[in-house]
Design a protein around this ligand. Sequence first.
Ligand code: ATP
Ligand code: MG
Length: 207
Amino acid sequence: MSMSVNKTEKIGIYGGSFDPPHFGHVIAVKEARRSLGLDRVLVIPAAIPPHKRISGRATAEQRFEMTRLAFENVKFAEVRDDELRREGPSYTADTVAELREEFPDARFYLLTGADMFMTIQNWWNVEEIFASCTVVALSREAGQTDELREHAVWLGHRYAVSTEVVENPVVEISSTELRGLIAKGQQSKFLPEKVAQYIAREGLYLD
Ligand code: ATP
Ligand code: MG
């Protein structure tokens, strides 16, 4: 058995808009859990401030439901509404602080795609995130690991932060690209079947 007394739980935290969620998200989470030996991953859709909301996009409830469907067969993943229940825009530092109260003894791994990892130093209260989480970088394009490793070194010189660069299989897809395909009536192998059905039923992303 892998469970033993006093074993520190390793928890991944994966945030995003998930508008819509896709296999790039699911595969990144699976690979991070495999390579880091995470016990579970909390998948947390972010609130999008109303003034930023663009017509034709999904509501918070729809993004939450689609994310639940995308991760429904991933046993170690739990889709949570922490950021949707809070007022105003979502700050990862706030989420991590709340999770720290809920899981005082866990080791946190903040999972980020390359675009997020390269700019994480600009996030609000980032030093509080660094104090509580190992930051994990996942590639979004082929040949990106060197750039991610260099940035990890730079962060390490500048901040008290622990980082990991995962060599994940690259899945070149974004939600932006998927919204464009759906608007044109096209399908994509990167969209989980149940998410595609939900999008069709709700008439999402048509304009
Ligand atoms: P959008 O185009 O709307 O920005 P997105 O595809 O970037 O959507 P987000 O919800 O913005 O998806 O991303 C959530 C998290 O998942 C971020 O850390 C992002 O870097 C990461 N991510 C998104 N797509 C991939 C992918 N294909 N491979 C690895 N990580 C990804
Ligand atoms: Mg994005």
